[in-house]
Design a binder for this molecule. Structure first.
Ligand SMILES: [Zn+2]
Length: 559
């Protein structure tokens, strides 16, 4: 997911338990009287069969559950309270209570084979504030309705009983009923059964619930093949006259897909990748085998040099990093976005160099106002949506780019290849161990200082002093409130009087700095240094904490 330009959200923990009540909506019948009994049964959801009628908003879901055989007890399944018609293995349950954001359903599990639990729900046309999470119908610029059922981290229970824990991977099927002529997308392999039915199956590689609950439709999408190569087919679903088609450099997309598959293996959800255009709030969102892009990306202010291509590449990375390999917990969200941003940046740097410069500058700008550490130890924990929109600069810079400077790009890429090699769940801690294994270096101190912390981050600001006679002597000091010394490498650009008098030098604190001050002597400089710019390529989170010395404005901002 790539969020738009919003930088601050109100607390939104209630995403998890949104009841979606709409005034005027009749209640769907009271839940049966609670008769829950027996011990709590552990379960895993192996598969979700989700049938949804886009015209009536009626959903029917069947969960295939792994449970202990022949046991009597109750399951607690997170769900909206409007859920009806709950059945246990096709029969009325022995006990049922729908309350407090969950279905409590009781019975005896089969002696062999899986248990399935059915239920129905009319999904309200409602979204959580500041997002499009939920079910929405929004007109595009021509007034045609874009319908989007959008899940999110810890929110799949908006659409029926669901285990919303992030670290769950499952199979899915979707049977979508829709108006004739409506073009419908859903995750996995897609088949249009007839003019009013579309089915998708996600029965190979498992997917997480945060991205797999997705149905999108538009009456005027037409399909255009952007890429058809031995590594994949990319199909664009956009209306005639839409902005995305002309803006997407299809050859660059083909190059990027070849670059990704060479390093991370085939597209995880089959060779067809569908990219669709819609009036969305986020710039883009990754769903298994599907990517939704905001339809006016080419018109937005250029945070990235090429908004459309950068966003598309970012979402392509998520097919591996986020979808196939997913978050161990909600707090592991930063690695997912950091990896998507970083791999997009590395490709830009290797193939589209000016674009990489923009990307670094944008991250640096975001990092200057980040309010949280990447693994915040704050209590209570920061509001999730505030936190996730805070990490798009600091995530890729701290978790990967700064380590690229210290370890080498080849080592970072090798670490990511190992980190993403197998489907499953991964944590930020797993990323650390993968990077340590690839580099042979101990990164504990680095993660302790840069990644973990409470309150306003106390990341360093770098103060440079110099004296010049025969040689130039530089002294670089990290200024922080706590006096911690941060492992890092710092680039400095020495600037003389004339524009061509420029030289870039590097000072390194290494991974185990003993002091916040390092020195460097530069011999044979034929001109007098007038100014030293810190981090001229925006590869380091460096900023002034409140109460410390005033940060001089970067050269480009001076009048
Ligand atoms: Zn993303």
């Amino acid at each position: 997911m790539l969020s738009s330009l919003l930088r601050r959200f109100a607390p939104l923990w209630f995403v998890l338990g949104m009841t979606g009540c709409e005034s005027g909506e009749p209640p769907l019948g009271p839940p049966e009287s609670p008769d829950a009994g027996g011990p709590l049964l552990a379960y895993t959801v192996d598969r979700y069969d989700f049938a949804f009628d886009l015209t009536t908003r009626e959903a029917a879901s069947r969960l295939w559950l792994g449970v202990e055989a022949g046991a009597r007890g109750c399951l607690f399944l997170p769900a909206r309270e409007e859920v009806t018609d709950v059945r246990w293995g096709g029969a009325p349950p022995g006990g049922l209570r729908v309350a407090d954001g969950r279905v409590e359903v009781c019975g005896t599990t089969p002696p062999d084979g899986p248990l399935w639990v059915d239920s129905r729900l009319v999904i309200p046309e409602a979204t959580t504030p500041y997002t499009q999470v939920g079910l929405s119908r929004r007109p595009d610029a021509q007034g045609r309705p874009f319908t989007y059922l959008l899940g999110w981290v810890e929110s799949c229970d908006l659409f029926g009983p669901c285990d919303p824990a992030p670290g769950r991977l499952a199979h899915f099927t979707f049977d979508i009923t829709h108006a004739p002529g409506e073009v419908v997308l859903c995750p996995g392999s897609l088949s249009r059964r007839d003019d009013t039915h579309t089915r998708c199956e996600l029965l190979g590689t498992r997917a997480p619930t945060y991205s797999a609950f997705m149905v999108a439709s538009h009456p005027a999408w037409t399909r255009t093949r952007l890429v058809d190569s031995d590594v994949g087919r990319v199909e664009l679903y956009a209306p005639q006259g839409g902005l995305l088609g002309p803006a997407i450099d299809a050859a660059a997309v083909a190059d990027f897909l070849a670059w990704m598959t060479a390093r991370f293996g085939p597209l995880p959800y089959g060779p067809e990748l569908r990219v669709a255009s819609g009036p969305t709030e986020w710039l883009g969102m990754e769903h298994p085998a599907n990517i939704i892009l905001r339809d006016n990306l080419p018109l937005l202010p250029r945070s990235y040099a090429n908004m459309t291509l950068h966003t598309l590449m970012h979402e392509i990375v998520h097919q591996w990093a986020g979808d196939r390999t997913t978050l161990a917990s909600a707090g592991d969200f930063p690695w997912k976005e950091a990896v998507a941003e970083y791999l997009t940046y590395v490709f830009e740097d290797e193939h589209r160099s000016e674009e990489a410069t923009w990307t670094l500058a944008y991250w640096d700008r975001l990092a200057r106002t980040a309010s949280y550490y990447l693994r915040p130890r704050d209590s209570p924990a920061p509001p999730f949506l505030t936190f996730v929109n805070d990490i798009y600069g600091t995530g890729p810079m701290i978790l990967l780019v700064q380590l690229e400077s210290l370890l080498g790009r080849a080592q970072v890429l090798a670490g990511l290849q190992a980190f993403l090699a197998e489907p499953g769940v991964r944590s930020i801690e797993d990323l650390r161990t993968a990077l340590e294994a690839a580099s042979g270096r101990d990164l504990q101190r680095y993660f302790d200082t840069w990644v973990d912390g409470e309150g306003e981050p106390d990341w360093p600001y770098f103060q440079v002093e110099w004296s010049q006679s025969d040689a130039l002597t530089l002294t670089v000091t990290q200024r922080t409130q706590t006096g911690k010394a941060y492992p890092c490498e710092v680039e400095l650009e020495l600037q003389g009087e004339a524009p061509e008098q420029r030289r870039r030098v590097t000072v390194s604190y290494g991974l185990e700095p003993e002091s916040a001050t390092v020195g460097l002597m530069v011999e044979g400089l034929p001109w007098k240094v007038q100014q030293v710019a810190v981090d001229p390529r925006s590869r380091l989170v460096n900023r002034r904490s409140p109460g410390l010395v005033r940060e001089p404005a970067p050269q480009a901002w001076r009048l």
